[in-house]
Structure formats: structure tokens, C-alpha cells
Design a protein around this ligand. Structure first.
Ligand code: ADP
Length: 365
């Protein structure tokens, strides 16, 4: 899962100019109590905190604590993912480019009938690259990336969760272009009939749906200088069938992210082995691709990590006295051993459920 460091406030590092923008606006705002502090004396962390405060002060009606929490826990910083880091998934990449990346980069071309979608759902078995795709979309579309899950919005204090949801959407609008990525959307937008829906999750769900539709309504006649066309809810789920029907319809595009095909597994394996010392021939690599039929992307990563331990395992304690250059290369045999206990995490029955749902509700392609 993506790590969240705390020094940068965009999917790409803000450069000096971002900070200068915030300084400029600050001088206009003459009653700011920070005016007498010379910025050069502040650490990077303090500068960012100051920049955040400035942004928050410019958003009308936002809850300060909630906004701070969004900045701290939900705006993802650093650790960029690019298209090339993701093996295969060409259809999904193309669909994301058309739905999000191009409209975000060239808004002038995407109006009227070509108006971009406000929501896109990525669904499929776990570990197939949905989160990676979302991160790549944020990088490639140069957007602020808000990454949330049900747990990051749940607060034990009554009313706090709704404040968080509101702050999330207000900040996404303020910092547009923005991607609001919701992992495990099913747990936020589960169908009402689902048992165990308690008062607080019902409130989170309602607030989320309200804020999301406000986005569409506010886009027409928006006079706050916000770029509402470029705020998109991108969601991922392993349980698409538990999403509330009304919520499901709001995701105009629903992209199936299936288990990797031969070609995708092949490019994934090659990516993983590229900088490793291994002795596998092209035939052996093809054999490995065959053997990993039914494995998800994360299963393959786990398998390769385990196989890479093979040469070290075979040394036992001698490992401590062996030169790095004397460690033998990774062989197909190491993979064959690992295949015995790193098993595919998705079952055949489970796959059928996804295929059925995709046939019924998925976008074509
Ligand atoms: P999901 O969100 O679908 O559950 P993730 O995007 O979190 O899956 O993927 C989990 C891990 O599996 C990634 O960090 C990566 O190491 C690996 N992985 C999955 N799919 C791919 C892929 N197509 N290309 C490269 N790595 C992948």
C-alpha cells in the first residue's frame, strides 16, 4: 500500500513556485498572524504546515481540525507511480487516460458531450493493480491525490465523520485538479439492505453522496474560481456487488481489472527480474508465466520475493561468510519451490462472480 510521507502536498513535489504562490496570497491577507515570521527560518515541515493553514483559511466554512486531518492522513505525497510501473492492463490504462488524464490535462477539449465523468469504478479481484492504477492516474494527470478508505473517515465522535467528508470535498475542490481515491468503496457505499449498517456509517454514506452530487451541481454556475470539472471520484472494490444500487449508477464507467493474462504476467515477471541476478532462459521464463496462471499481480510479486530468497536459503548459515558476488543466480527451480506454498489468492468460484458482475454492470472493454 502507498506510504504517506509528510513533506509534500501534491502527487508531484511542489516546487518553490508553489510556496511562493502561498506567500503572495499571504501578504494580501494582512491580518495573518504569521506575517512577522521570516519564512527562511522555518523548516520544510513548518513551511508546509503554514501553506496548509493558508489554504484552509481560504476555504469558506471548512472545519479546521478536519481539514488538518485530511492534509495529514489523506493527501498522498511522494512515491509516484507511473504507467510504466504497471504491467499490462492496457485496456484499463486507455480507459483511464480517456476518462481522466486527457480531460484533466486538456479541459478545453472535453466539454459539452465530451464532458468528463465524475466517477469511475475499478473493480476486480484483490491485488490486481487497482491502487497502483489510481496512483498512476494522479501522477500522470498532475492532480492532487486524496486517498481514503472507510477507516480513515470513521470517527468515534458523533458528527466528526461528516465534517471529514465535507472537508475532503472542499479541499479537493480548492486544490483541483484532484482525484479522490476511495479504496474499498463498498464499505462506504454499501447497499442499505446490508445487515449491520449502523447509524454512523449511514451518515457517512449520505454525506459522501451529497458532497459528490454537489460537485456536479456546483460545476454549472461555479463562481469561486474552482475547477470543478476536474475533481473526480475514483473508487476501487473487490466486492462490487455490495455497492448500493444508486451509488453504483453514479459511476458512469465501471472498469473490470481482471487477473493478469499471460502477456501481463510475462511483463510483470520481466519487470521484477530485470535487475536481479538470475539464470532463467526465455523458455524458462515462459514456463514460469504458464505456471502462474491464476495468480494476481500481488501474488506474483510475493512469489518472486520468495523465490529470490532461494539462493540465500540454500546457503544456510554459510550465508554469513559468503561474498555477495558468490551468491548463485535465481533459478526456475527456486520459483517452482515457492509455487508450492505461495498459492493464488483468488479462487475459481470467486472469479466467476467477478465475470458475472462485469458482464452485467461493467463498461465494455
Ligand atoms: P489492488 O488495489 O487491486 O488490491 P494493488 O494495486 O494494491 O492491488 O497491488 C498490490 C501490489 O501488487 C502492488 O503494490 C504491486 O507490487 C503488485 N501488482 C499488482 N498488479 C500489478 C501490475 N499490474 N503490475 C505491477 N505490479 C502489480
Amino acid at each position: 500500500k502507498p506510504s504517506k510521507s509528510s513533506n509534500v502536498s501534491r502527487s508531484q513535489s511542489p516546487d518553490k513556485s508553489d510556496l511562493e504562490v502561498s506567500k503572495d496570497t499571504e501578504t494580501i491577507n494582512s491580518d495573518s498572524s504569521n506575517d512577522f515570521i521570516d519564512d527562511s527560518e522555518l523548516s520544510e515541515k513548518e513551511l508546509f504546515a503554514k501553506m496548509e493553514d493558508q489554504i484552509i483559511s481560504e476555504v469558506k466554512g471548512i472545519d479546521y481540525q478536519a481539514a488538518k486531518q485530511i492534509f495529514n492522513e489523506i493527501v498522498v505525497r511522494g512515491d509516484e507511480v507511473h504507467w510504466d510501473d504497471i504491467a499490462g492492463l492496457e485496456t484499463a490504462k486507455n480507459s483511464l487516460k480517456e476518462t481522466v488524464v486527457y480531460p484533466f490535462l486538456r479541459p478545453d477539449l472535453f466539454s459539452g458531450l465530451r464532458e468528463p465523468a465524475r466517477g469511475m469504478l475499478l473493480f476486480g479481484p484483490p491485488g490486481t493493480g487497482k491502487t497502483m492504477l489510481a496512483r498512476a492516474v494522479a501522477t500522470e494527470s498532475k492532480s492532487t491525490f486524496f486517498s481514503i478508505s472507510a477507516s480513515s473517515l470513521t470517527s468515534k465522535y458523533l458528527g466528526e465523520s461528516e465534517k471529514l467528508v465535507r472537508a475532503l470535498f472542499l479541499l479537493a475542490r480548492k486544490l483541483s485538479p484532484s482525484i479522490i481515491f476511495v479504496d474499498e468503496i463498498d464499505s462506504i457505499l454499501s447497499s442499505r439492505s446490508e445487515n449491520g449498517e449502523n447509524e454512523s456509517s449511514r451518515r457517512i454514506k449520505n454525506e459522501f453522496l451529497i458532497q459528490w452530487s454537489n460537485l456536479t451541481h456546483a460545476a454549472a454556475g461555479n463562481d469561486h474560481g474552482e475547477d470543478l470539472q476536474r475533481v473526480l471520484v475514483l473508487a476501487a472494490t473487490n466486492l462490487p456487488w455490495s455497492i448500493d444500487e444508486a451509488a453504483r449508477r453514479r459511476f458512469v464507467r465501471r472498469q473490470y481489472i481482471p487477473l493478469p493474462e499471460d502477456e501481463t504476467r510475462s511483463s510483470h515477471v520481466q519487470k521484477l527480474m530485470k535487475f536481479q541476478n538470475h539464470s532463467m532462459t526465455d523458455e524458462e521464463l515462459s514456463k514460469l508465466v504458464e505456471l502462474t496462471d491464476g495468480y494476481s499481480g500481488s501474488d506474483i510479486t510475493a512469489l518472486a520475493k520468495d523465490a529470490a530468497m532461494g539462493p540465500l536459503r540454500s546457503l544456510g548459515d554459510k550465508l554469513l561468510f559468503t561474498e555477495k558476488s558468490d551468491i548463485r543466480p535465481i533459478e526456475l527451480q527456486d520459483f517452482e519451490k515457492s509455487l508450492k506454498y505461495i498459492r493464488p489468492s483468488v479462487s475459481k468460484e470467486n472469479l466467476k462472480e467477478f465475470d458475472d458482475w462485469a458482464a452485467k454492470f461493467g463498461s465494455s472493454g
